[in-house]
Write a new protein. Structure first.
Lengths: 416, 294, 325
């Protein structure tokens, strides 16, 4: 009796041990990291997002070449199209989270989309890194601890522009201006911040009239003629990507830029490349992450080299920021020592990271990266087949972001 | 209110109206004669724009590149129109309205994705030849010189269509078919050939319109969606099958858009749809259409 | 009568299957099922105008969108309990349908279609531009269903309950003398007028009822998606119930619902591995229009000889009407 019992017990014990070892084994087995991308593959944002997607793919390839996150979690990419529409963005984000089980969503293009998917990511406890959208409302109000912003936000950009424009206004004696901004979240946020800040910094300068073409506008003729008839001293533009190209081309045909100064509008590296032949030189423009400003940093130099080798073109701001987003995630995972979302989210708080734009950190109060905005003069350069910015001014993040007490006040007001 | 501002807005409204006329004229013709409301008309217009870009791209080292691409693109679209008519549209002449509408709507979806597959998602820009690159001045007010070209093309198309419909035998047959298919058929004239010809003509004009549009700004996906409903409004306001109506309708819509920017920037399209709805309620056959169509 | 029992038995099975669904499939497919229910309700309400009244409305999404915004705004701005929001959606959509329908029912055929399209776009642009009230093209965010409905499974049962109730209501309307009058109007409006029926008033009532149920569907959609946008009124959205009805078959009550199952399932499936969904659905629609004009139900009915004579009669009369116009 006893012998049989012992034998049974021994068999059971070894089975249990084997089972335990087996399950331990499968727990250690490489669990892939599902990474979701929710960008505007079509719609107004498609122009910028293609670059972004290519950069993400490059970053993922590089990381997977070393085995993935922490060397053992290969990244699996899932890419969805927001169509530049907030409700579609939400639906695709839900798809990514529920069907593809992603742990982090990179994207979106339209700020309205980013604001829409932020609470969804928060609800399902998934990380969210917008790397193109930059409306301040993504970080200022309705704070989500799962959202980390790696783009200089609309306040930061507006402040950078205002500082530059105020200088010019003083020098040239400008008094009246007109704004033209795309009628959607980013356009509204940017225009509002610019007007308010300009009022603070240069109170003598008056806003004469506002123009609001809708997002996706392709015919700017009526706006061009109306603005030129107003004869303002200068015009500040916040026109969204694709529309911006149409706007600038059409305005140029009217001799707009020769007659009226147009400082500080967003002319990203994408526009510099696409409009290489037609862009008016001498314009003072703003951008978010020009690669040529940081070629002294090895991470940037390598990125540019690899991106060019793979895609046969230079990376735009959006490519740089999406690349940084993936690497920010990587560093967060490394600091947490695990791919568990909760641990990563906590690890990323206030973290200092290496980016292609230098060593930057996330501000605790709003998870905003301390990245810079860049102003410069559009000029041809022998090194590149397209114009770049000369006389580049880098306005650092901490010099241009909204003061913390204002953010606290805004959140309090919002809660009411 | 500055006189120069009014003149400027008037002119920009006119150029916008001419663009719409080019698209809407084909749509109106096809509906007037064949009773088919072609949802895909703007999508074919966009295909024309893309083809113009492709031809220009191949010839961009020659100054005349753009000028040649425009008629070439229009001819390609005429061929595509012929194929679509023979393979698809012909099958639904005898069918109910919903099936006809759904067929053309399905074409919209298919064409949209085909464009994406063929040309990709990036914007296409045609660099204009220096002749039409800069502004011309009209009493000190700058205008995009290219629009002189657009307005000219619009007028040529209008006059060409008018001459065709009023002065040629073929045109007379087409106008008769608008009034009564059965009678024309009873006279021994093959209606199917008329239909094919009209459809091809309509799509040719659409392709021409797209090609003319291409150098204005940039060519991008989704432009067709934005413009198709405006084209419908033009045709409704002007009256189906009436050339004069389409011309008047386009100018009205263009000017409403241009002026509303000054007074009620966001309301341009709301206004246009209110006008469209009012016309449909009060006079469904439009300002110049033929009441018998009901 | 035996036709009804034939229909009822498979309905019972379907309902039991629907109840068991969340226990069997993952959360993602529960979401798909909720979408099938909501869009199916939308499509069945559309078919009240299309299949039952014989007119093609290309602007039905206007009422869907109005319903969605009614519920969304009430829930987000005033935290009104969800059932009251849904009732408000029906009322708001009904009022819109009354105002717009008053004009639409004066027209038929293609003019009806275009006017409904124009009104749909009008409503779309109004919601789009009224930024201060509706949030414009940012849409309305943060629409959270209250309490337990936050979980997908509970929301599914809630939607199932509401949609089933709505379907039963519409079924009764269709099977009532009113419903028969609508079909008479579809077959021959002039003859119906001659027997003393005020055709326009009946068409308007039908239009309003259809609009109210579209509003109900829209009201259900907001809390499900957590986000709504003016696009819900767009002509693309109007096209969806048309597709579903044509795929499923407009002559049967459940046609649109079958169409919804096929369409939504196909979309969830296809978008998993390609971005070219419009191409896919465009080809499907073209195929159905050219080769399967009665939709799935039409195909089924061809196999079941019981319905065949009824079907032929309906088609015969409709082609006569075309000739007269």
């Amino acid at each position: 009796m006893k012998m049989r019992n012992i034998r049974v017990m021994a068999i059971v014990f070894s089975l249990v041990l084997l089972g335990g070892l087996a399950s331990l084994d499968s727990a250690l087995a490489a669990e892939p990291y599902h990474l979701g991308v929710d960008l505007a593959i079509t719609g107004t944002g498609a122009l910028y997002c293609k670059d972004g997607v290519d950069a993400i793919k490059l970053a993922v390839e590089e990381i997977n070449a070393q085995g993935g996150f922490l060397g053992k979690h290969p990244i699996k990419l899932f890419i969805r199209d927001t169509h530049t529409k907030p409700d579609v963005a939400v639906r695709e984000a839900k798809d990514l989270i529920l069907r593809d089980k992603v742990r982090c969503v990179l994207g979106t293009y339209s700020s309205a989309c980013a604001v829409a998917i932020k609470p969804v990511c928060q609800e399902y406890k998934v990380l969210h890194i917008p790397a193109v959208s930059n409306s301040e409302n993504i970080t200022k109000i309705n704070f989500s601890p799962y959202t980390y912003q790696v783009v200089p936000n609309s306040y930061m950009q507006a402040k950078a522009v205002v500082l530059g424009v105020a200088e010019l206004a003083k020098k040239k004696g400008w008094n009246e201006y007109v704004t033209i901004a795309s009628d959607y979240e980013w356009g509204r946020s940017t225009q509002q911040n610019t007007v308010n800040l300009l009022k603070q910094v240069a109170p003598g300068v008056k806003l004469k009239k506002e123009f609001w073409p809708r997002l996706g506008e392709t015919q700017f003729t009526s706006y061009i003629t109306a603005i030129m008839a107003e004869k303002p001293d200068f015009v500040i533009g916040s026109v969204a990507s694709k529309d911006n190209i149409a706007w600038m081309n059409q305005a140029k045909a009217y001799g707009f830029f020769e007659k009226i100064p147009y400082p500080g509008s967003l002319i990203s590296v994408s526009e510099l490349i696409i409009q290489a032949k037609t862009l008016t030189r001498g314009l003072v423009g703003l951008c978010r992450a020009p690669f040529f400003a940081h070629l002294d940093i090895p991470m940037m130099a390598n990125f540019v080299k690899n991106f060019r080798a793979k895609n046969d073109r230079y990376p735009s701001d959006w490519a740089v920021m999406e690349y940084d987003a993936v690497y920010a995630l990587k560093q967060g995972i490394e600091k947490a020592g695990s791919i568990d979302t909760e641990k990563v989210k906590d690890a990323m708080k206030g973290m200092t990271i290496e980016t292609s734009r230098g060593k930057l950190y996330f501000r605790q109060i709003d998870n905003q990266l301390s990245c810079s905005s860049y102003l410069g003069v559009v000029a041809d350069d022998p090194k590149y087949p397209f114009p770049i910015y000369h006389d580049l001014i880098e306005v650092k993040g901490p010099d241009s972001w909204r003061p913390e007490d204002e953010i606290i006040a805004a959140r309090k007001a919002e809660k009411k | 209110m500055d006189v120069s501002l009014l003149v400027a807005q008037c002119m920009s409204g006119l150029s916008r109206g001419m663009m719409l006329f080019l698209i809407a004229s084909g749509l109106s013709l096809i509906f007037g004669v064949m009773n088919i409301l072609n949802f895909a008309h703007a999508s074919l217009w966009l295909v024309g724009a893309y083809f113009c870009y492709s031809f220009w791209y191949l010839m961009q080292n020659h100054g005349f590149g753009m000028w040649v691409s425009i008629p070439l693109a229009a001819l390609v679209l005429a061929a595509i129109g012929w194929v679509i008519e023979v393979v698809l549209i012909r099958r639904v002449y005898e069918r109910e309205l919903p099936e006809q509408l759904l067929l053309t709507y399905a074409m919209v979806l298919i064409l949209g994705d085909l464009i994406k597959l063929t040309w990709g998602v990036e914007d296409k820009i045609i660099v204009r030849p220096t002749l039409v690159e800069g502004p011309v001045f009209f009493f000190g007010i700058p205008f995009d010189s290219y629009f002189i070209f657009v307005i000219s093309v619009g007028f040529f198309v209008a006059i060409g269509l008018w001459w065709f419909l009023q002065k040629t035998k073929y045109g007379h047959i087409v106008r008769a078919a608008v009034f009564s298919r059965e009678m024309v058929s009873a006279l021994g004239i093959p209606i199917p050939r008329i239909y094919t010809g009209v459809f091809v003509l309509g799509i040719f004009i659409a392709g021409l319109a797209g090609a003319v549009q291409a150098p204005v700004g940039s060519i991008t996906l989704g432009m067709d969606m934005a413009i198709v409903v405006q084209a419908f409004c033009v045709v409704v306001i002007g009256g189906f099958g009436s050339l004069l109506g389409t011309l008047v309708g386009s100018i009205i819509v263009g000017e409403v858009y241009a002026f509303s920017i000054l007074f009620w920037a966001k309301g341009a399209l709301v206004l246009i749809f209110i006008v469209t709805a009012v016309i449909l309620i009060v006079r469904p056959w439009g300002l110049f259409g033929t009441p018998m169509r009901m | 009568m035996e036709i009804l029992t034939k229909k009822y038995w498979w309905l019972g099975l379907v309902f039991i299957g629907a109840l068991a669904l969340p226990l069997v499939v993952g959360e993602f497919w529960v979401h798909v099922a909720i979408e099938i229910l909501i869009l199916g309700l939308f499509a069945v309400s559309f078919n009240m105008i299309f299949g039952n009244m014989g007119q093609l409305s290309f602007g039905h999404a206007a009422y869907y969108g109005v319903g969605a915004y009614a519920t969304g705004l009430l829930l987000v701005r005033a935290s009104v309990p969800l059932p009251i929001c849904l009732a408000a959606s029906m009322v708001a959509a009904g009022i819109c349908a009354l105002i717009l329908g008053y004009f639409c029912v004066r027209l038929t055929g293609i003019y009806f279609a275009i006017l409904t399209l124009a009104f749909g776009q009008l409503l779309y642009y109004i919601i789009f531009q009224w930024y201060s009230f509706t949030g414009g093209d940012d849409g309305l965010q943060g629409i959270i269903p209250p309490g337990a409905l936050f979980s997908a499974t509970y929301y599914y049962y809630f939607a199932l309950f509401v949609v089933t109730g709505a379907l039963i209501a519409m079924w009764y309307v269709n099977e009532s003398p009113f419903g028969y009058t609508m079909r008479a109007i579809r077959e021959n409006a002039d003859r119906t007028r001659f027997i003393g029926i005020n055709v326009r008033r009946y068409m308007l009532i039908n239009f309003v009822v259809a609009g109210m149920f579209a509003g109900l569907a829209g009201g259900l959609w907001g809390p499900f998606n957590r986000s709504i946008a003016p696009d819900l009124c767009n002509w693309h959205q109007s096209g969806i119930p048309v597709f579903m009805t044509v795929i499923g078959g407009p002559l049967g009550f459940f046609g649109p619902m079958i169409g919804s199952i096929i369409y939504t399932f196909l979309m969830a499936f296809v978008t998993g591995f390609t971005e070219y969904w419009p191409l896919t659905i465009g080809l499907v629609i073209m195929f159905v229009v050219l080769f399967m004009p009665g939709g799935v139900l039409g195909l089924v009915e061809q196999k079941m000889k019981v319905f065949r004579s009824r079907d032929l009669e309906a088609r015969g009369d409709r082609s006569a009407e075309t000739e007269r116009s």
